[in-house]
Design a protein around this ligand. Sequence first.
Ligand code: ADP
Ligand code: MG
Length: 537
Amino acid sequence: MDRVRQTEKETSYSVMPRVVVTQSDSSGDDKLERILFELEDYQISHGSLLKIPRALTDLESAVAVAHPIGVSVVPTRFPRLHFEHAQDIQPFFNELYMSVSEDYDWLESIIRPLGEVDEHVGKLWSIWERVREKGEVQPLRCGIFRSDYMLHYNQKSTEGQHGIYTDPSDQVDRSVLDSELKQVEFNTYSCAGGTHANIVANMHRYLIHKGVHETASLPANSSLMSIVEALAVAHQAYGPPISQTCQAAILMTVQPNNVNICDERPIEYALLERKPPIMLFRVCFGGAVLQKCRLGPNRELLFQLTPETVPIEISVVYQRAGYDSHEYDQKGIDARLLLEISRAIKCPTILSHMAGFKKVQQALTRPGVLERFLSSEKAVGTLRHTFMPQFPMDPPEDGDGDGIMIEKITRDRKEATNYVLKPSLEGGGHNIYGADIPDFLDTVPREARSKYILMEKIHPIPMHGVLVSPESTFQGPVVSELGVLGTCLWRRKGGSGERPQILESSGAGWTFKTKSKHVEEMSVVKGYGCFDCPSLF
Ligand code: ADP
Ligand code: MG
């Protein structure tokens, strides 16, 4: 079919991360064409789109333009066993990260040294120190978390053994089922993708109902409404405004020239459709926060929509910006401090934000650490089983076996192929993969290396997949990443290290993203992968 560009050059990924075709099956072209016809209308009609902000385009257009986000053309197979297990364990992960977020001493032992070599972390930590000095007036905290997983087949090379997973056969099914659910990362801050995932899951269910797809077992997704519910619960928990003349509303921080409004706006719209309606205002992180927000006499956060109107008291600050280091110029620092010291419930607090650093994730894999945060042995064992081996990149001391092993790995391109080097940054595009690690580390001064962690690679068995984005279409071996959303509301306890009181905690739907197996990164917005829906078997 015309729309499927063909190329044999799979290696083009390193220079062009967008999906491209590697194989095409001409017998299925008509069917594919029919799916694409239905799919593009569904995407456009349901806001499965990325906005092209006027500031980022040369197009002379009076109205904004958008294009469809990358999606799978057919749902990719994924084992039900692992899908359900990932949902079942989310409450344990919620509990873990709530506890970590409240353990100032433990977090300090990890993050303060990291802040000495990582400027971004250092800035966030010093904002927290100022919050601590001032004291917090809001004991409630809200979390919208996402735990990301891939399936790991415990053989260094799955290729050759199984080839690509095109025809479900007993042997391949068994190997996929024998794979283990392994955590890629745990996100505590500004978790995106919930709405897109929801739309794409609904789209594939619709295509089944229409008979465009063959029948498959596609799980329902509730991620959008779960996020809305979590924010509504936090908003209600805030209680009536302290300033009696004010209305209360939620404030969402956003990045300027945002391409991802279709993931964010439906949350605002759905909050307004509740009874009673809840208003949500968007404000750009940084200078605009300082211009529009101030503290009232009881540190209530007052948002001035326009100079003439009565200020609005903010119940919940929902952060969808403030994760990139460039956002923390002086205005960004001041804005974050203002939000953190206010009475509004933070979703999440700056400590929860930092609890999501890769360095924390690595520290949680050390023996005995999970026991500090979780009360049940079952929870400890279950979560530990999802961890891949991870190591700090701190300079080795005498007799430090791990340190010496890491030195060896990171000096040898062949040894390094089985690892990913990660800094404590969010948003994608910061990791160094495999054989690139030694050369990259040569450019990093020895004392600065401890800002990275080294993680063993997860090796999923590739499935067959068909992906489409405005740039191109891809058919061939793919790997998928399951994200499980979790929402919670908790109350800080008095003493340092004391466990929080959990008021609400639940699983909140999922995201499912698929990419060509040749792509290392995974960010749909940045063009590395596609939203998908698991076809459970
Ligand atoms: P980010 O904060 O940039 O999202 P991640 O840890 O999620 O960082 O890494 C980005 C992507 O890199 C992941 O979505 C995944 O596709 C890939 N990746 C990360 N860690 C591993 C790993 N250990 N094995 C295989 N792929 C990985
Ligand atoms: Mg990630």
